[in-house]
Ligand binder design. Structure first.
Ligand SMILES: [Zn+2]
Ligand SMILES: [Zn+2]
Length: 426
């Protein structure tokens, strides 16, 4: 069924007899530009890239792209429903209205972004974008699907004004591409553009943890809002990137959820509903930073200090290459996959990302996740090839896939850990 075909009409194209989602090409474009940036930086002997940080950044982006595919159509329906039922005006596309929509979108982004830095519960979804201690194109991938939900809440004002959903989704695509280009240290100041647009220089300030740079330059495309509302700061001394209290872990799950856990601990420590709400809606700079250690102790989070061996690096890099290739193919042919397969695939990918983060920290529990992923991947063809494999064969194969590893669990586990970590014993 080509149901979302008309929805994001701007991103679906017919090539011969195939309907392709051209948004897929964002993946090779992103990788290509990142590689160019890496090569230029290396040529200039500038250490702008750390392998494991880059993998952690790209991992966040892969998960977001996949989850986004599952929810984008839903966002369209929300905008469409709101505009048709509650829209104040009935806006038709026209040049001036496109410009107006761009300004409105950017203005709403400014406030979404500013509040995401000023209110704990919103910071919990945005903090992931700021965890990287490097600053390069890979950081632009550090967006989570939770952020997409919060942003949609802010952008609901657009259909309320009367902008049609097709205009909004097209604008959000364009507006979503721009920030990629401002995550780089290779581009200096851009002359006159510095007065109008958000430039790499402005965004470097936004990602810095130097005192004078904190909570500045929230804009996405235009810098005018920061100048108007008093949050503008010029780039002067060299920025120090990352959080004021660095996370020091590559754990995929911890990066996504640590602040929710800290928030929960903070609320638990308070008595009474009002005080708990004060924690939830308070400002991140007033938040009790020691709760991080408490949360880390509960979940046994500490970074492995052992050197990561070259074969281990290669193992993780190959997983990333396979993931990015399959992500490209998956988005390109998105139309042809049933929703159940999309969910199955997303789960397998997320398990792989959890695994990659855990491997970089040399955790021993990765074998359990590895087995889950292996089972999920093996079951996909079994469930979707029902034309060729009859039910009995399917049940038998499923039993073999599930039971065999259980029977030889411990010997498989020690063998796996020996292969992956080599020098580290379980
Ligand atoms: Zn931010
Ligand atoms: Zn950024």
């Amino acid at each position: 069924m080509l149901f979302p075909y008309y929805i994001v009409a701007s991103s679906f194209f017919r090539v011969n007899k195939f309907t392709l989602n051209i948004l897929a090409f964002a993946v090779p474009l992103f990788i290509g530009l990142m590689l160019i940036e890496f090569l230029v930086a290396t040529h200039k002997k500038l250490a702008y890239f750390n392998l494991h940080n880059t993998i952690a950044n790209v991992s966040v982006g892969i998960a977001e792209r996949l989850c986004d595919i599952l929810v984008t159509a839903g966002f369209f329906f929300v905008y469409d429903y709101v505009q048709k039922h509650y829209g104040l005006l009935n806006i038709k596309p026209g040049l001036l209205l496109w410009i107006l929509l761009l300004l409105c979108t950017d203005f709403l982004w400014y406030w979404y972004h500013r509040l995401a830095h000023e209110i704990n519960v919103l910071w919990a979804v945005h903090v992931v974008h700021h965890q990287s201690e490097d600053f390069n194109y890979s950081v632009s991938a550090r967006i989570t699907v939770f952020q997409a939900f919060v942003r949609t809440g802010f952008w609901i004002i657009l259909p309320l004004i009367g902008f049609p959903a097709s205009m909004i989704t097209t604008m959000l695509l364009i507006h979503g591409i721009y920030p990629f280009f401002i995550h780089t240290r290779l581009i200096g100041k851009l002359g006159i553009l510095e007065y109008i647009l958000v430039t790499p220089s402005h965004h470097r300030v936004h990602h810095a943890s130097n005192d004078k740079y904190l909570d500045k330059n929230y804009g996405d495309v235009f810098i005018i809002w920061d100048k108007l509302f008093g949050t503008f700061q010029k780039e002067e001394e060299e920025p120090v990137y990352g959080l004021t209290k660095p996370l020091n872990t590559y754990s995929f799950l911890w990066q996504h959820f640590h602040f929710y856990i800290e928030l929960w601990l903070g609320m638990k420590a308070q008595k009474g509903f009002v005080n708990k709400m004060k924690v939830l809606f308070g400002r991140p700079e007033h938040f009790d930073a020691s709760l991080r250690e408490e949360a880390e102790a509960i979940f046994h989070i500490k970074q492995n200090t052992e050197q990561i061996t070259r074969p281990l690096n290669r193992y993780v890099i190959w997983q990333m290459i396979i993931l990015l290739t399959s992500l490209f193919v998956f988005i390109l042919f998105e139309q042809y996959f049933p929703i159940s397969l999309k969910i199955f695939f997303t789960i397998s990918v997320v398990l792989t990302l959890i695994n990659c983060g855990a491997i970089m920290e040399q955790k021993h529990w990765i074998f359990h996740v590895e087995l889950l992923r292996f089972t999920a991947l093996l079951l996909i063809p079994l469930f979707y090839n029902h034309y060729y494999i009859d039910l009995v064969a399917m049940v038998l194969l499923t039993a073999v896939v599930v039971i065999l590893p259980l029977k030889y669990y411990s010997s498989l586990e020690s063998r796996y850990l020996q292969i992956v970590y080599k020098t580290v014993r379980p």
